[in-house]
Design a binder for this molecule. Structure first.
Ligand code: PEP
Ligand code: MN
Length: 369
């Protein structure tokens, strides 16, 4: 059960204390208080946990502090859609809002390799006004003999460079709980030059310890990549793990699923699930066309498959696009074959700008009826 308080009720108010007191008077019920900061208002929600079927809604509805009481019957208790006023709010991090209504591009390097390549990439992004990127320091590779990423050693110059070019968020995969601490420390040492969104990769989609670790801190948002060989429901439950730990700043990323039916692409593109995830949850949805397609082929008109697929996710209402780029893809230490060249980022920005406008127009037309 969720009790949504009126917007002006503060976290330390006697009204809230009274609501908590009533809630805890029922056997086996514990409470959690969550504050959601929206663009125009902040809301406080009280979650009742335990055997809530025996708890009546009336005592709460009678309180002047309560806007409404929502009985949760579905299994996605924290990430599910329960409240039209809140479902599209999303979250803000480092001055960037990510929600089911926003659209943000994250072009960047799959794996950090040299300071020169990072500088060149960030300089290109800065010229285009892009302030969000990806950069992998910890790479989960299929073969132990492949490049494993530079690890914490690259974080100081990476964050310094990000700060220099006005990059606000770097999306970075973590494969172990200790990486979160390494990132936090390096960010502090850089004077918080930028922000990091922790990425949980598809290979760790059901690494429950890692999910708990990402969920038990609230500083960094989490980009959760759908498991490549598990059901959508299982992936959504994994996000529920993160959220139930306390961290509600989660973006759900579609990145294709393993199937030979997708060949010659690396994975079978699953972007038809953009609207499904938006319907089932309040999470902003990201698409990753690079890891879905995995190669540079294009249509006869000249548009790369990666661009076509990015457009498919965008026309369906995706809120974030994560794309691999590299100044010299042929020299990249990880996933070079799927990296766009720096001069192609502008094409990407403009192309997806057209598609996003078309999506917005589709929604407007429907609403105008
Ligand atoms: C990545 O984004 O670098 C990555 C490894 O992605 P995925 O977990 O989707 O394979
Ligand atoms: Mn990659």
């Amino acid at each position: 059960m969720i009790i949504v308080l009126k917007p002006d009720i503060a976290k330390d108010s006697p009204e809230l204390a009274r609501v908590l007191e009533i809630a805890r008077s029922f056997p086996g019920i514990s409470t959690e208080v969550h504050r959601i900061e929206g663009a125009t208002r902040a809301l406080t929600e009280v979650y009742l946990l335990g055997p809530t079927h025996a708890v009546p809604t009336r005592p709460f509805e009678e309180s002047d502090a309560v806007e409404k009481v929502v009985r949760i019957t579905q299994k996605y208790r924290f990430i599910g859609r329960h409240d039209p006023g809140l479902d599209a709010v999303g979250f803000e991090y480092k001055g960037v809002r990510l929600s089911q209504e926003t659209f943000t591009l994250f072009p960047g390097l799959c794996a950090v390799d040299t300071p020169e390549n990072i500088e060149e990439t960030f300089a290109t992004l800065a010229q285009l006004g892009v302030t969000t990127t990806r950069a992998g320091a910890y790479k989960p590779r299929t073969s132990p003999y492949d490049f494993q990423g530079l690890g914490k050693g690259c974080l100081p110059w990476l964050f310094e460079s990000a700060g220099k070019y006005g990059i606000r968020i770097v999306t970075m995969e973590v494969t172990h709980e200790s990486h979160i601490d390494e990132i936090r420390r390096a960010l502090a040492e850089s004077g918080d030059a930028t922000g990091v969104m922790l990425q949980i990769g598809t290979r760790n989609a059901q690494n429950f310890e890692l999910l708990r670790a990402a969920g038990s801190q609230v500083e960094h948002p989490v980009l959760y990549k759908r498991g490549m060989g598990i059901t959508l429901e299982e992936s959504l439950n994994a996000c529920e793990y993160i959220a139930s730990g306390g961290n509600r700043k989660i973006v759900f990323c579609l990145r294709g699923v393993k199937s030979h039916l997708g060949e010659p692409h690396r994975n079978f593109v699953d972007f038809a699930h953009v609207s499904v995830v938006k319907r089932l949850t309040r999470l902003p949805v990201c698409v990753d066309p690079s890891h879905s397609v995995g190669r540079r082929g294009g249509g006869p008109e000249g548009l790369l498959d990666i661009l076509h697929v990015a457009a498919q996710g965008t026309i369906a209402g995706a809120n974030m696009v994560l794309v691999d780029v590299h100044p010299r893809p042929e020299l990249a230490l990880c996933d070079g074959p799927q990296a766009l060249k720096l001069e192609e980022i502008q094409d990407l920005v403009e192309d997806l700008g057209i598609v996003r406008k078309a999506y917005e127009e589709r929604v407007r037309r429907l609403k105008g009826r």
